[in-house]
Ligand binder design. Structure first.
Ligand code: HEM
Length: 400
Protein backbone atom coordinates (compact mmCIF):
# COMPACT_ATOMS: atom_id res chain seq x y z
CA UNK A 1 0.00 0.00 0.00
CA UNK A 2 1.26 3.49 -0.85
CA UNK A 3 1.79 5.57 2.27
CA UNK A 4 0.96 9.29 2.43
CA UNK A 5 3.93 11.62 2.60
CA UNK A 6 4.57 12.96 6.13
CA UNK A 7 3.14 16.51 6.41
CA UNK A 8 6.53 17.76 7.64
CA UNK A 9 8.11 16.62 4.36
CA UNK A 10 5.49 18.31 2.18
CA UNK A 11 5.90 21.44 4.28
CA UNK A 12 9.71 21.42 3.95
CA UNK A 13 9.47 20.83 0.20
CA UNK A 14 6.99 23.65 -0.38
CA UNK A 15 8.93 25.96 1.92
CA UNK A 16 12.05 25.45 -0.22
CA UNK A 17 10.46 27.78 -2.79
CA UNK A 18 9.77 30.60 -0.34
CA UNK A 19 12.15 33.53 -0.86
CA UNK A 20 13.57 33.36 2.68
CA UNK A 21 14.57 29.69 2.26
CA UNK A 22 17.03 30.68 -0.46
CA UNK A 23 19.24 32.38 2.11
CA UNK A 24 19.80 29.02 3.83
CA UNK A 25 18.08 25.97 2.35
CA UNK A 26 20.36 23.47 4.10
CA UNK A 27 18.32 22.92 7.30
CA UNK A 28 15.33 22.08 5.09
CA UNK A 29 17.39 19.56 3.11
CA UNK A 30 18.28 17.90 6.42
CA UNK A 31 14.59 17.68 7.40
CA UNK A 32 13.95 15.95 4.08
CA UNK A 33 16.96 13.67 4.44
CA UNK A 34 15.84 12.60 7.92
CA UNK A 35 12.36 11.79 6.65
CA UNK A 36 13.68 9.90 3.63
CA UNK A 37 14.56 6.25 3.23
CA UNK A 38 18.08 5.88 1.86
CA UNK A 39 17.90 9.45 0.51
CA UNK A 40 14.58 8.85 -1.28
CA UNK A 41 11.39 10.61 -0.25
CA UNK A 42 8.32 9.15 -1.92
CA UNK A 43 5.64 11.78 -2.69
CA UNK A 44 2.71 9.86 -4.22
CA UNK A 45 0.49 12.98 -3.95
CA UNK A 46 2.71 14.67 -6.56
CA UNK A 47 3.57 11.51 -8.51
CA UNK A 48 7.15 12.42 -7.62
CA UNK A 49 10.22 11.67 -5.53
CA UNK A 50 12.51 14.11 -3.77
CA UNK A 51 16.05 12.75 -3.78
CA UNK A 52 18.53 13.88 -1.12
CA UNK A 53 20.96 10.94 -1.11
CA UNK A 54 24.11 10.88 -3.24
CA UNK A 55 23.46 7.34 -4.54
CA UNK A 56 19.83 8.10 -5.47
CA UNK A 57 20.65 11.43 -7.15
CA UNK A 58 23.53 9.92 -9.08
CA UNK A 59 21.47 6.91 -10.23
CA UNK A 60 18.49 9.04 -11.33
CA UNK A 61 20.70 11.40 -13.36
CA UNK A 62 22.56 8.53 -15.02
CA UNK A 63 19.50 6.39 -15.70
CA UNK A 64 19.20 5.88 -19.48
CA UNK A 65 15.45 6.49 -19.29
CA UNK A 66 15.66 9.78 -17.36
CA UNK A 67 14.61 12.83 -19.37
CA UNK A 68 15.06 16.50 -18.63
CA UNK A 69 11.85 18.47 -19.04
CA UNK A 70 11.11 19.21 -22.69
CA UNK A 71 9.36 22.43 -23.58
CA UNK A 72 6.85 21.08 -26.10
CA UNK A 73 4.67 22.71 -28.75
CA UNK A 74 5.32 25.68 -30.96
CA UNK A 75 3.49 28.41 -29.01
CA UNK A 76 4.39 29.99 -25.72
CA UNK A 77 6.14 33.17 -24.69
CA UNK A 78 9.34 34.44 -26.31
CA UNK A 79 11.19 33.20 -23.23
CA UNK A 80 9.73 29.68 -23.47
CA UNK A 81 10.64 29.52 -27.16
CA UNK A 82 14.19 30.42 -26.26
CA UNK A 83 14.44 27.52 -23.80
CA UNK A 84 12.85 24.99 -26.16
CA UNK A 85 15.90 24.54 -28.39
CA UNK A 86 18.55 24.53 -25.66
CA UNK A 87 20.39 21.21 -25.39
CA UNK A 88 19.58 21.32 -21.68
CA UNK A 89 15.94 20.62 -22.51
CA UNK A 90 16.44 18.10 -25.32
CA UNK A 91 16.86 14.37 -24.90
CA UNK A 92 18.11 11.33 -26.80
CA UNK A 93 19.39 11.82 -30.36
CA UNK A 94 18.27 15.49 -30.57
CA UNK A 95 20.32 16.26 -27.46
CA UNK A 96 23.37 14.26 -28.58
CA UNK A 97 23.45 16.12 -31.92
CA UNK A 98 23.40 19.59 -30.32
CA UNK A 99 25.84 18.65 -27.59
CA UNK A 100 28.21 17.05 -30.10
CA UNK A 101 28.36 20.25 -32.14
CA UNK A 102 29.09 22.52 -29.19
CA UNK A 103 31.47 20.04 -27.58
CA UNK A 104 33.74 20.31 -30.61
CA UNK A 105 34.72 23.76 -29.39
CA UNK A 106 35.34 22.70 -25.77
CA UNK A 107 38.40 20.53 -26.31
CA UNK A 108 40.87 20.35 -23.38
CA UNK A 109 43.28 22.47 -25.45
CA UNK A 110 40.75 25.26 -26.03
CA UNK A 111 39.84 25.28 -22.34
CA UNK A 112 43.49 25.33 -21.21
CA UNK A 113 44.08 28.26 -23.57
CA UNK A 114 41.63 30.29 -21.46
CA UNK A 115 44.01 30.16 -18.46
CA UNK A 116 46.11 33.08 -19.74
CA UNK A 117 42.96 35.11 -20.37
CA UNK A 118 41.62 34.36 -16.87
CA UNK A 119 44.95 35.40 -15.32
CA UNK A 120 45.06 38.60 -17.37
CA UNK A 121 41.49 39.42 -16.35
CA UNK A 122 42.34 38.78 -12.70
CA UNK A 123 45.29 41.19 -13.00
CA UNK A 124 42.98 43.76 -14.53
CA UNK A 125 40.13 43.34 -12.03
CA UNK A 126 42.20 42.87 -8.87
CA UNK A 127 45.34 44.82 -9.75
CA UNK A 128 44.04 48.26 -8.82
CA UNK A 129 41.60 47.54 -5.99
CA UNK A 130 42.05 48.08 -2.26
CA UNK A 131 39.88 48.81 0.77
CA UNK A 132 36.29 47.61 0.47
CA UNK A 133 34.74 46.14 -2.68
CA UNK A 134 31.58 44.34 -3.74
CA UNK A 135 32.91 41.01 -4.98
CA UNK A 136 29.81 40.40 -7.12
CA UNK A 137 29.97 43.67 -9.07
CA UNK A 138 33.73 43.94 -9.27
CA UNK A 139 34.85 40.34 -9.76
CA UNK A 140 32.31 37.57 -10.00
CA UNK A 141 30.10 39.22 -12.64
CA UNK A 142 32.72 40.56 -15.03
CA UNK A 143 35.21 37.67 -14.95
CA UNK A 144 33.10 34.70 -16.14
CA UNK A 145 31.14 36.99 -18.47
CA UNK A 146 34.32 38.16 -20.21
CA UNK A 147 35.69 34.62 -20.48
CA UNK A 148 32.58 33.16 -22.10
CA UNK A 149 32.12 36.22 -24.30
CA UNK A 150 35.67 35.85 -25.54
CA UNK A 151 35.15 32.13 -26.22
CA UNK A 152 31.98 32.85 -28.14
CA UNK A 153 33.66 35.68 -30.05
CA UNK A 154 31.37 38.43 -28.70
CA UNK A 155 32.50 42.03 -28.40
CA UNK A 156 33.37 43.54 -25.00
CA UNK A 157 31.33 46.68 -25.61
CA UNK A 158 28.13 44.61 -25.28
CA UNK A 159 29.04 43.19 -21.84
CA UNK A 160 26.31 44.96 -19.84
CA UNK A 161 23.67 43.75 -22.27
CA UNK A 162 24.90 40.14 -22.15
CA UNK A 163 25.00 40.16 -18.36
CA UNK A 164 21.41 41.46 -18.33
CA UNK A 165 20.30 38.79 -20.79
CA UNK A 166 21.92 35.99 -18.88
CA UNK A 167 20.25 37.29 -15.70
CA UNK A 168 16.90 37.16 -17.51
CA UNK A 169 17.44 33.55 -18.57
CA UNK A 170 18.47 32.66 -15.00
CA UNK A 171 15.25 34.29 -13.73
CA UNK A 172 13.26 32.29 -16.25
CA UNK A 173 14.94 29.05 -15.16
CA UNK A 174 14.59 29.44 -11.42
CA UNK A 175 13.21 32.67 -10.02
CA UNK A 176 10.73 32.13 -7.21
CA UNK A 177 9.30 35.57 -7.91
CA UNK A 178 7.98 35.28 -11.49
CA UNK A 179 5.69 38.32 -11.51
CA UNK A 180 3.98 39.52 -14.73
CA UNK A 181 6.48 42.43 -14.78
CA UNK A 182 9.42 40.04 -14.61
CA UNK A 183 7.98 37.83 -17.35
CA UNK A 184 7.42 40.90 -19.56
CA UNK A 185 11.04 41.96 -19.06
CA UNK A 186 12.25 38.44 -19.89
CA UNK A 187 10.16 38.38 -23.09
CA UNK A 188 11.50 41.79 -24.13
CA UNK A 189 15.07 40.58 -23.55
CA UNK A 190 14.37 37.34 -25.44
CA UNK A 191 13.18 39.37 -28.45
CA UNK A 192 16.37 41.43 -28.33
CA UNK A 193 18.48 38.27 -28.13
CA UNK A 194 16.70 36.80 -31.14
CA UNK A 195 17.46 39.87 -33.28
CA UNK A 196 21.01 40.18 -32.08
CA UNK A 197 22.03 36.57 -32.69
CA UNK A 198 20.14 36.28 -35.99
CA UNK A 199 21.99 39.31 -37.41
CA UNK A 200 25.30 38.16 -35.95
CA UNK A 201 24.96 34.61 -37.35
CA UNK A 202 24.39 36.09 -40.81
CA UNK A 203 27.45 38.31 -40.45
CA UNK A 204 29.62 35.44 -39.18
CA UNK A 205 28.62 33.13 -42.01
CA UNK A 206 29.70 35.79 -44.48
CA UNK A 207 32.86 36.77 -42.56
CA UNK A 208 33.91 34.02 -40.14
CA UNK A 209 35.73 35.20 -37.01
CA UNK A 210 37.60 33.20 -34.36
CA UNK A 211 35.28 31.81 -31.70
CA UNK A 212 32.55 29.34 -30.99
CA UNK A 213 29.73 31.33 -32.58
CA UNK A 214 31.39 31.34 -35.97
CA UNK A 215 31.90 27.58 -35.65
CA UNK A 216 28.21 27.15 -34.83
CA UNK A 217 27.15 29.49 -37.64
CA UNK A 218 29.26 27.43 -40.05
CA UNK A 219 27.60 24.25 -38.77
CA UNK A 220 24.28 25.83 -39.66
CA UNK A 221 25.21 25.54 -43.31
CA UNK A 222 26.92 22.15 -43.07
CA UNK A 223 25.60 18.62 -42.92
CA UNK A 224 24.59 18.98 -39.29
CA UNK A 225 21.95 21.58 -40.15
CA UNK A 226 21.81 23.65 -36.99
CA UNK A 227 18.63 25.72 -37.32
CA UNK A 228 18.53 29.45 -36.60
CA UNK A 229 16.51 28.79 -33.43
CA UNK A 230 19.00 26.19 -32.26
CA UNK A 231 21.91 28.54 -32.84
CA UNK A 232 20.19 31.32 -30.91
CA UNK A 233 19.11 29.15 -27.98
CA UNK A 234 22.43 27.39 -27.51
CA UNK A 235 24.44 30.59 -27.80
CA UNK A 236 22.22 32.04 -25.06
CA UNK A 237 22.58 28.83 -23.04
CA UNK A 238 26.38 29.09 -23.18
CA UNK A 239 26.25 32.74 -22.19
CA UNK A 240 24.01 32.01 -19.21
CA UNK A 241 25.55 28.70 -18.12
CA UNK A 242 29.04 30.13 -18.45
CA UNK A 243 28.14 33.11 -16.34
CA UNK A 244 25.30 32.59 -13.84
CA UNK A 245 26.96 29.59 -12.19
CA UNK A 246 30.59 30.60 -11.71
CA UNK A 247 29.49 34.11 -10.76
CA UNK A 248 27.43 32.65 -7.90
CA UNK A 249 30.16 30.21 -6.84
CA UNK A 250 32.72 32.97 -6.21
CA UNK A 251 30.82 34.99 -3.55
CA UNK A 252 29.24 31.79 -2.18
CA UNK A 253 32.70 30.25 -1.78
CA UNK A 254 34.11 33.35 -0.10
CA UNK A 255 31.23 33.36 2.35
CA UNK A 256 31.96 29.73 3.27
CA UNK A 257 35.67 30.48 3.62
CA UNK A 258 34.91 33.42 5.91
CA UNK A 259 33.22 30.92 8.25
CA UNK A 260 35.91 28.24 7.95
CA UNK A 261 39.11 29.94 9.06
CA UNK A 262 41.31 26.84 8.83
CA UNK A 263 40.45 26.33 5.18
CA UNK A 264 41.25 29.97 4.35
CA UNK A 265 44.50 29.87 6.39
CA UNK A 266 45.58 26.77 4.45
CA UNK A 267 44.88 28.56 1.17
CA UNK A 268 46.87 31.60 2.23
CA UNK A 269 49.79 29.31 3.07
CA UNK A 270 49.46 27.39 -0.20
CA UNK A 271 47.02 28.96 -2.71
CA UNK A 272 47.26 25.89 -4.95
CA UNK A 273 45.62 23.41 -2.57
CA UNK A 274 44.37 20.22 -4.20
CA UNK A 275 40.63 19.91 -4.80
CA UNK A 276 39.88 23.61 -4.23
CA UNK A 277 37.39 23.76 -7.09
CA UNK A 278 35.66 20.47 -6.27
CA UNK A 279 35.39 21.22 -2.55
CA UNK A 280 33.95 24.69 -3.17
CA UNK A 281 31.55 23.29 -5.76
CA UNK A 282 30.48 20.57 -3.35
CA UNK A 283 29.82 22.89 -0.43
CA UNK A 284 28.30 25.78 -2.42
CA UNK A 285 26.36 23.91 -5.20
CA UNK A 286 25.54 26.90 -7.46
CA UNK A 287 22.90 24.74 -9.17
CA UNK A 288 20.97 23.51 -6.15
CA UNK A 289 18.49 21.21 -7.84
CA UNK A 290 17.33 19.70 -11.05
CA UNK A 291 14.34 17.71 -12.34
CA UNK A 292 14.07 14.47 -14.30
CA UNK A 293 11.14 12.52 -15.64
CA UNK A 294 11.91 8.84 -15.06
CA UNK A 295 11.30 6.91 -18.26
CA UNK A 296 12.34 3.58 -16.74
CA UNK A 297 12.55 2.08 -13.27
CA UNK A 298 15.69 3.00 -11.33
CA UNK A 299 16.69 0.24 -8.90
CA UNK A 300 18.41 1.43 -5.72
CA UNK A 301 19.57 -0.40 -2.61
CA UNK A 302 16.37 0.07 -0.53
CA UNK A 303 13.76 0.94 -3.11
CA UNK A 304 13.10 1.08 -6.85
CA UNK A 305 12.17 4.45 -8.31
CA UNK A 306 9.20 3.88 -10.56
CA UNK A 307 9.03 4.84 -14.21
CA UNK A 308 6.57 7.64 -14.98
CA UNK A 309 7.36 9.64 -11.84
CA UNK A 310 9.14 12.96 -11.65
CA UNK A 311 12.35 13.15 -9.59
CA UNK A 312 13.34 16.35 -7.82
CA UNK A 313 17.07 15.89 -7.78
CA UNK A 314 18.52 17.88 -4.87
CA UNK A 315 22.15 18.23 -5.95
CA UNK A 316 23.03 20.42 -2.98
CA UNK A 317 21.68 17.87 -0.51
CA UNK A 318 23.53 15.02 -2.25
CA UNK A 319 26.73 17.05 -2.06
CA UNK A 320 26.40 17.06 1.73
CA UNK A 321 25.33 13.43 2.13
CA UNK A 322 27.13 12.27 5.31
CA UNK A 323 27.14 8.69 4.03
CA UNK A 324 29.60 9.76 1.32
CA UNK A 325 31.27 12.93 2.64
CA UNK A 326 32.35 12.81 6.29
CA UNK A 327 31.67 16.09 8.15
CA UNK A 328 29.99 17.25 4.93
CA UNK A 329 29.71 21.00 5.53
CA UNK A 330 33.48 21.28 6.12
CA UNK A 331 35.80 22.47 3.36
CA UNK A 332 38.59 19.92 3.42
CA UNK A 333 41.20 20.40 0.70
CA UNK A 334 42.55 16.89 1.34
CA UNK A 335 39.21 15.10 1.24
CA UNK A 336 39.87 11.90 -0.72
CA UNK A 337 36.60 11.93 -2.67
CA UNK A 338 35.80 15.61 -3.41
CA UNK A 339 35.62 14.79 -7.11
CA UNK A 340 32.48 12.74 -6.46
CA UNK A 341 30.57 15.99 -5.96
CA UNK A 342 27.48 16.30 -8.14
CA UNK A 343 27.45 20.09 -8.62
CA UNK A 344 27.86 19.56 -12.38
CA UNK A 345 25.08 16.90 -12.35
CA UNK A 346 25.89 13.54 -14.03
CA UNK A 347 24.81 11.48 -17.01
CA UNK A 348 24.04 12.82 -20.50
CA UNK A 349 23.56 16.45 -19.38
CA UNK A 350 26.76 16.54 -17.27
CA UNK A 351 27.99 20.15 -17.41
CA UNK A 352 29.67 20.81 -20.73
CA UNK A 353 31.74 23.61 -19.20
CA UNK A 354 32.96 21.68 -16.13
CA UNK A 355 36.67 21.89 -16.97
CA UNK A 356 36.41 25.61 -17.79
CA UNK A 357 34.55 26.21 -14.53
CA UNK A 358 37.18 24.28 -12.51
CA UNK A 359 39.95 26.32 -14.16
CA UNK A 360 38.23 29.65 -13.41
CA UNK A 361 37.49 28.72 -9.79
CA UNK A 362 41.04 27.50 -9.06
CA UNK A 363 42.56 30.66 -10.59
CA UNK A 364 40.19 33.08 -8.84
CA UNK A 365 40.67 31.65 -5.35
CA UNK A 366 44.44 31.29 -5.79
CA UNK A 367 44.60 34.96 -6.85
CA UNK A 368 42.49 36.11 -3.90
CA UNK A 369 44.48 34.14 -1.32
CA UNK A 370 47.80 35.34 -2.79
CA UNK A 371 46.88 39.01 -3.13
CA UNK A 372 44.59 39.51 -0.15
CA UNK A 373 45.51 37.17 2.73
CA UNK A 374 43.71 39.52 5.16
CA UNK A 375 40.44 39.43 3.19
CA UNK A 376 37.37 39.71 5.44
CA UNK A 377 33.70 39.33 4.54
CA UNK A 378 31.75 42.29 5.95
CA UNK A 379 28.15 41.11 5.76
CA UNK A 380 25.64 38.31 5.56
CA UNK A 381 24.47 39.17 2.08
CA UNK A 382 20.96 39.16 0.60
CA UNK A 383 20.35 36.32 -1.89
CA UNK A 384 18.76 36.57 -5.31
CA UNK A 385 15.24 35.05 -5.22
CA UNK A 386 16.37 31.99 -7.18
CA UNK A 387 16.85 28.59 -5.55
CA UNK A 388 17.87 26.74 -8.71
CA UNK A 389 20.74 29.10 -9.57
CA UNK A 390 21.48 30.24 -6.02
CA UNK A 391 23.81 33.10 -5.19
CA UNK A 392 24.26 36.33 -3.20
CA UNK A 393 23.07 39.61 -4.73
CA UNK A 394 26.25 41.29 -3.51
CA UNK A 395 29.10 40.60 -1.10
CA UNK A 396 31.01 43.40 0.57
CA UNK A 397 34.53 42.46 1.63
CA UNK A 398 37.53 44.31 3.07
CA UNK A 399 40.64 43.38 1.13
CA UNK A 400 43.38 44.56 3.49
C1 HEM B 1 30.35 26.72 -11.20
C2 HEM B 1 30.17 26.49 -12.45
C3 HEM B 1 29.13 25.58 -13.06
C4 HEM B 1 28.20 24.74 -12.48
C5 HEM B 1 27.98 24.47 -11.02
C6 HEM B 1 27.46 24.13 -13.57
C7 HEM B 1 26.46 23.19 -13.38
C8 HEM B 1 25.76 22.58 -14.40
C9 HEM B 1 24.72 21.59 -14.21
C10 HEM B 1 24.23 21.09 -12.86
C11 HEM B 1 24.29 21.20 -15.42
C12 HEM B 1 23.21 20.16 -15.73
C13 HEM B 1 21.85 20.81 -15.73
C14 HEM B 1 20.74 19.83 -16.00
O1 HEM B 1 20.98 18.66 -16.26
O2 HEM B 1 19.57 20.24 -15.94
C15 HEM B 1 25.04 21.96 -16.40
C16 HEM B 1 24.87 21.86 -17.76
C17 HEM B 1 25.53 22.66 -18.67
N1 HEM B 1 26.54 23.55 -18.41
FE1 HEM B 1 27.31 24.01 -16.61
N2 HEM B 1 27.91 24.62 -14.75
C18 HEM B 1 28.94 25.50 -14.50
C19 HEM B 1 29.68 26.20 -15.44
C20 HEM B 1 29.51 26.14 -16.78
C21 HEM B 1 30.30 26.83 -17.75
C22 HEM B 1 31.48 27.74 -17.42
C23 HEM B 1 29.77 26.53 -18.98
C24 HEM B 1 30.16 26.95 -20.37
C25 HEM B 1 30.88 27.79 -20.76
C26 HEM B 1 28.68 25.62 -18.78
C27 HEM B 1 27.91 25.07 -19.78
C28 HEM B 1 26.92 24.13 -19.60
C29 HEM B 1 26.12 23.59 -20.67
C30 HEM B 1 26.21 23.95 -22.14
C31 HEM B 1 25.25 22.66 -20.09
C32 HEM B 1 24.18 21.81 -20.80
C33 HEM B 1 24.74 20.42 -21.04
C34 HEM B 1 23.72 19.47 -21.65
O3 HEM B 1 22.50 19.70 -21.55
O4 HEM B 1 24.17 18.48 -22.25
N3 HEM B 1 28.54 25.39 -17.42
N4 HEM B 1 25.94 22.78 -15.75
Amino acid sequence: MTQATPPAALQALSALWSPDAVADPYPRYEVLRNLSRGGVLDIPEWNAYALTGHAAVSAALRSPGARSSEMGGSGGSEGAQLLRHMMLFRNGAAHARLRGLVQLAFTPRVVEEQRELVRALLDELLGQVSGEIDVVAQLSHPLPARVIMSMLGLKGEDEQKFVRWSQSVADLLGSSNQTPELMARIDADAREMRHFFRDLAGELRAHPQPGLLSALAAAQDGEQQLSGDELLSNAVLLLTAGHETTSNLIPGGLLELSRQHDAWAAMVENPRQPNVADELLRVVSPVQLDFRLLGADVPLEHVTLQAGRQAQVLLAAANRDPEVFADPARLDWNRPNSARQLAFAAGPHYCLGASLARLEIAEVFAALATRFPQLRVLETPPYKPNLVLRGPQRLRVALD
